[in-house]
Design a protein around this ligand. Structure first.
Ligand code: SF4
Length: 481
């Protein structure tokens, strides 16, 4: 699969300006969604934005934001009556359509509006109409269209209207929409991935007009789910709607191009990190647990679906008793403290290893969180009381119990997490360069990246360095090509 970025794509000037204006605000009301994109809307909600669909829902005297799609004159008037402080982010192209409608009417023309009458932009434009009667045959009419319509369809409709009326204007599809549509029409690859929200008119349009199999994804979870399907095509074009954040576009392209699906990490150096600061080893483990949650989030941002970590090995039971009990306590408190984070970030938790070695309350807490998160696509696989040899021995014994003679393919079924693909990349921190009995079967073809950084200090930059290292390698898996 070859990924081809289609240009231009993504945020248009109107949406960009609206978002930039909105990001400076806090705790305000917004009439309708600012732009049709859930990623942006979630970000604004975190800033205290309250989205309402009716101007009456905004208390008198409060601040209200009008979206890039604009509003009708009636809503503007009502906002003034309610003494609302207005932050207007209406796109200049939409404003132009409103102006055109007013000008046509001043010239005594009836106006025909092309578009989806349920769309906020069209509702606003329709509010400008003073005369809703149908024009007579042969009458002079002004025609405007929703700015995000399919430009070809608008041309077709206008040609049809010209047979009945004297048409004096040619629709108002905005330049950004038209350029993005033209780029998609001229793409001659095998499949197209359109990134953006299903509620975004221009995103849906891009998906409709392509000349090849088309897929739509509104977030990274969907991109990950589509990766397998897309891998069957030779040339896959990627574009995005005018309200899709570029960081989502970049994550999607990076994931599909060369991001490993599964990263496994040997989190080494907690003790050394603590000792170098004159702290107890337990403090190092606590700092390491914090880093782990951050790393899971960064991996998610980069579209990595599986993260496996070596949390506690079968050999670690030999450590001093107080360190072992401290680690188990930390593990238990992490499960309860971070449960909401797993759900919020849509991360599935899986724990693999010899669970029978763990206490009953811990096993119960693990099972509860695993159940709660089992439907999520992204996964954190915690290897606890885990050893690569132990896993192989356990698998062999299960096969013997079933009386089955295994092959390399069928043996996988007996591993702790048979449905998880093998790690593509194994990262080890703190300068050690050993595999230390970690995922011995699964990492047979993995690339290794070693860093001197102690695990609690492992940063986003360290992760990117590992991913760049990985992306730069030519993986042949024994082939000579
Ligand atoms: S798609 Fe066009 S009309 Fe809509 S906000 Fe962007 S530039 Fe403005």
């Amino acid at each position: 699969m070859k990924i081809e970025v289609i240009n231009p794509h993504g945020l248009c000037s109107g949406v960009n300006a609206a978002i930039a204006k909105a990001l400076k605000l806090r705790n305000v009301y917004c009439l309708h969604h600012l732009v049709h994109n859930e990623i942006v809307i979630d970000e604004l909600k975190a800033l205290g934005f309250r989205f309402v669909d009716d101007i009456e829902a905004v208390p008198d005297g409060e601040t209200v934001v009008f979206s890039a799609h604009g509003v009708s004159p009636q809503i503007r008037k009502r906002a003034e009556e309610k003494k609302l402080k207005i932050v207007d982010t209406t796109c200049p192209f939409v404003e132009r359509v409103h102006r055109d409608v007013r000008t046509f009417q001043e010239q005594g023309l009836k106006v025909i509006v092309l578009g989806d009458r349920e769309h906020d932009e069209v509702k606003g434009i329709l509010g400008e109409l003073k005369d809703h009667r149908d024009p007579e045959k042969g009458e002079k009419v002004g025609v405007v269209s929703q700015t995000t319509m399919n430009a070809d369809l608008v041309a077709e409709k206008i040609a049809a209207l010209k047979k009945r009326y004297e048409v004096v204007a040619e629709g108002t599809v905005c330049r950004a929409t038209k350029e993005r549509q033209d780029a998609v029409r001229s793409f001659d690859g095998d499949a197209l991935l359109v990134l953006g929200s299903r509620s975004s008119a221009n995103t849906k349009r891009l998906a409709e007009i392509a000349n090849c199999d088309t897929f739509l994804a509104s977030d990274m979870n969907e991109v990950m789910r589509l990766a397998e399907k897309l891998s069957h095509y030779d040339r896959v074009g990627v574009t995005s709607g005018a309200s899709t954040p570029e960081r989502f576009f970049e994550s999607a392209v990076r994931y599909l191009s060369n991001i490993p699906r599964h990263v496994a990490i040997i989190m080494d150096g907690n003790g050394r990190w603590a000792e170098s600061r004159g702290l107890k080893r337990g403090e190092g483990h606590k700092a390491g647990a914090k880093t782990l949650m951050e790393v899971v989030r960064w991996c998610g941002d980069r579209g990595i679906r599986y993260v496996s970590v070596y949390a506690f090995s079968t050999e670690n039971w030999k450590r001093p008793e107080d360190e072992v009990s401290g680690l188990m306590k930390l593990f238990g408190s992490m499960l309860s403290k971070e449960a909401a984070t797993f759900v919020k970030n849509k991360v599935r938790l899986r724990v693999i290893g010899r669970r029978g070695d763990l206490s009953f309350p811990l096993r119960k807490a693990i099972a509860a969180l695993e159940k709660k998160t089992e439907k999520f696509e992204r996964e954190l696989i915690l290897c606890v009381s885990y050893g690569g040899r132990a896993e192989i021995v356990d698998a062999v014994n299960r096969a013997i119990e079933k009386g089955e003679k295994v092959t390399e393919e069928t043996f996988r079924e007996y591993l702790y997490a048979p449905d998880v693909p093998d790690p593509d990349l194994v990262i080890r921190t703190s300068g050690e360069v050993r595999t230390s009995n970690f995922l011995l079967w699964e990492s047979a073809y993995a690339e290794y990246h070693f860093t001197a950084t102690n695990w609690p200090d492992f940063s986003e930059r360290d992760l990117d360095a590992a991913l760049e290292d990985y992306a730069g390698r030519h993986r042949r898996k024994g082939d000579v090509k």
